[in-house]
Design a protein around this ligand. Structure first.
Ligand code: DLZ
Length: 155
């Protein structure tokens, strides 16, 4: 999957309560994702922001569920999973993806999916919103979450 074809989304998040949940693996790439998420929240005028850290991407869904139940209007989940030599990669990616989907659908609270699932570090840096990165997946996850809140409100 490439980033080609991604929409330009500039939602106004004034008054929204957003919780950002970030895993702690692969610090430099994660710092890039967090920076992008913070920039996008500021650009969207979101001032009610909670940020929490969990150990790994496997722990993102349970924290997202708690944040949704605690009243967040949207949750943004950030993780970096890099393929290794064992099937662990598939299990962590699948648990994070299915878990976050389940939280969003069950609670009705949008979850921005900012979990990078990459073959090697270089692919992660390229998507991390750092100087020299081609993409900014932390910012994209925020914009998607905010835009989905607004879309659901219009129903
Ligand atoms: C165990 C593990 C491995 C091998 N790799 C990653 C990774 O690349 N990215 C990530 O976010 N987490 C990883 N983890 C940790 C799991 O997500 C989880 O935290 C542990 O299995 C403990 O539940």
């Amino acid at each position: 999957m490439s980033g080609a074809g991604a929409p330009t989304i500039t939602p106004d998040g004034t008054g929204l309560r957003i919780t950002v949940i970030a895993a702690q693996w692969h610090t430099e790439i994660m710092d890039g994702l967090l920076g992008g998420a913070r920039r996008a929240l500021a650009a969207a005028h979101v001032s009610h922001v909670k940020e929490i850290r969990v150990p790994g991407s496997f722990e993102l869904p349970v924290a997202a569920a708690r944040a949704a139940e605690a009243g967040a209007d949207a949750v943004v989940a950030l993780g970096v999973v890099i393929r290794g030599g064992t099937p662990h990669f598939e299990y962590v990616c699948q648990a994070a993806t299915l878990g976050l989907t389940e939280v969003a659908v069950r609670t009705g609270v949008p979850v921005g999916f900012g979990v990078l699932t990459v073959d090697h570090e270089e692919q992660g840096f390229d998507r991390a919103g750092l100087p020299g990165s081609r993409e900014d997946k932390g910012a994209e996850a925020v914009e998607a979450a905010l835009a989905t809140v607004l879309a659901l409100r219009s129903l």
